[in-house]
Design a protein around this ligand. Structure first.
Ligand code: TRP
Length: 479
């Protein structure tokens, strides 16, 4: 399946630009970009808070009908242009006789990627800290019992608020995580990003399956299956549908120019349609397995699954208390989350880095360091604007941002505004504006599938995304 190593290498080398050394390297890196905190932290949190089965079913529907067509659209813009994301979009626009300003869709993505990486690394830093917490717990309470023996649940649940409230420590952890990310980006596409993905993604899958199988013996596996996969139509409300759509979007890394950037390193011989299906399938598989990994552990401990963002940082550590070998499982669990987060943060940092390199002619090391420095400053602001300071938030006067710190503002701004706008523009650009022949030649689809894909990109994607955008701007529309 992953053949064509030499061909792909020659192709990209021929254009004089860095590239993946094989198709499998691209597929692993793209899966690494898609699989991240979105799958392990956000998906179970959203599924738990939105009632389970109905959310999950609609999520799968969104991945297939909206996510997949857009994923193909983004990769084809990148592969056609063989440049940084904005330049690739500009090239396709120029060759289609359209305005060069269509490249704004990618420029907006570059901006979002920069904003997201700044707070993504804050969360990545917390994850690293949890690896440390469980490691030191292992030394204190020993191997075989549950984690945190002798501590009461309130103490365990206070770990996260204490960490998030400790600005100095959060900034230091953010710097550490960003530093590791920078290390791989600075080394380049084939000797940094690709090497990381090729080693870490298999390790990630082994950890995920091992923890899920172990958790399945805890006794609550059936309960979790029923929660995640029993479809109760009355639970499918407007807000659940929008949550599912937004989640599908974030998880597939759409609207952030990430896939345009990675597509820019792909050789001409690769079939983009098949590749997109593999990426979307792997991402969805990981999200579902993450649900089956986390929920049995939480149910077995008799805890609630609707804690939202606190599910992973508060509920789960609490659940590890009553699990045999709890500290060890905790270490492996958070290592796994850290690996997934790293392969995504690397992709996020690569997007603005490749743009800056092309824009200024800077070489990779200074370009990536400059972007990382900016992300560090913004990340420190996120880390320091904790909930305790809510009344002093500078954007309180705008209803959308009321009572939110920099972290939440950046998250809201990108996921509810910039990403949907960029994605709507992408679907209109690829579906309506670009030259049909150029686009069709890139997709590698048969005529029938081509027709279905076109319909989805031209109609379903922009219209549904318009819905997310409307709700992003007027949050009370459906609630
Ligand atoms: N998909 C990533 C996750 O699930 C997050 C993400 C969103 C991302 N947009 C991106 C990663 C762009 C890389 C590039 O965690």
């Amino acid at each position: 399946m992953f053949g064509g190593r030499c061909l792909v290498a020659l192709e990209t080398a021929g254009s004089g630009r860095e590239g993946w050394s094989s198709r499998s390297a691209f597929v692993l890196a793209a899966i690494g970009s898609a699989v991240g905190l979105g799958n392990l932290w956000r998906f179970p949190a959203e599924a738990g808070a939105n009632g389970g089965g109905a959310f999950v079913l609609f999520y799968i529907f969104c991945v297939v009908l909206i996510g997949l067509p857009l994923l193909l659209s983004e990769t084809l813009i990148g592969r056609h242009g063989q440049s940084s994301a904005p330049e690739s979009a500009r090239r396709l626009a120029r060759e289609s006789g359209a305005s060069r300003h269509w490249s704004i869709l990618a420029s907006l993505g570059v901006l979002s990627a920069f904003l997201i990486v700044s707070f993504y690394c804050v969360v990545g830093g917390w994850v690293l800290h949890y690896v440390w917490i469980f490691t030191s717990d292992l030394f204190q309470t020993g191997l075989s019992g549950g984690a945190f023996q002798g501590r009461d649940p309130a103490q365990i649940e206070a770990l996260w608020p204490n960490l998030a409230g400790n600005g100095g420590l959060t900034v230091a952890l953010d710097a550490l995580f960003l530093g590791i990310t920078l290390f791989f980006v600075a080394r380049g596409v084939s000797s940094g990003i690709e090497v990381m993905a090729v080693w870490l993604m298999p390790a990630f899958f082994v950890l995920l399956i091992a923890i899920t199988v172990y958790g399945a013996f805890g006794g609550a596996f059936h309960e979790s299956m029923a929660f995640l996969f029993s479809f109760e139509p009355h639970k499918l409300t407007g807000s659940v549908m929008l949550a599912a759509l937004g989640q599908a979007f974030f998880s597939l890394s759409l609207g952030v120019a990430g896939m345009i950037t990675y597509g820019g390193y792909v050789g001409r011989k690769v079939n983009l349609a098949t590749t997109s299906v593999i990426i979307a399938a792997a991402d969805t598989f990981v999200a579902l397995v993450a649900g089956l990994c986390i929920f049995p552990i939480v149910f077995a401990a008799g805890l609630g699954v609707n804690a939202g963002p606190a599910l992973m940082f508060q509920t789960l550590p609490h659940a590890f208390q009553s699990m045999p070998f709890g500290s060890l499982v905790g270490i492996f669990f958070f290592l796994m989350v850290g690996v997934a987060a790293l392969t995504s943060s690397v992709a996020l940092l690569e997007v603005p880095t490749s743009w800056l390199m092309e824009k200024t002619g800077l070489r990779r090391v200074p370009a990536s360091c400059t972007i990382a420095l900016g992300a560090m400053i913004l990340g420190a602001l996120s880390a320091l604007s904790t909930n305790e300071l809510a009344e002093f938030y500078p954007l309180n006067f705008i209803p959308l941002f009321e009572g939110q710190g920099v972290f939440d503002v950046l998250d809201g701004l990108t996921s509810k505004l910039f990403m949907p706008i960029a994605a709507i523009m992408t679907s209109v650009f690829v579906g309506w504006v670009s030259d049909r022949r150029l686009v069709n030649a890139e997709t590698g689809l048969s005529p029938t599938l081509q027709g279905i894909w076109r319909f989805l990109v031209c109609w379903l994607c922009p219209l549904t995304l318009f819905g997310i955008l409307a709700v992003g701007i007027f949050p009370n529309l459906f609630i």
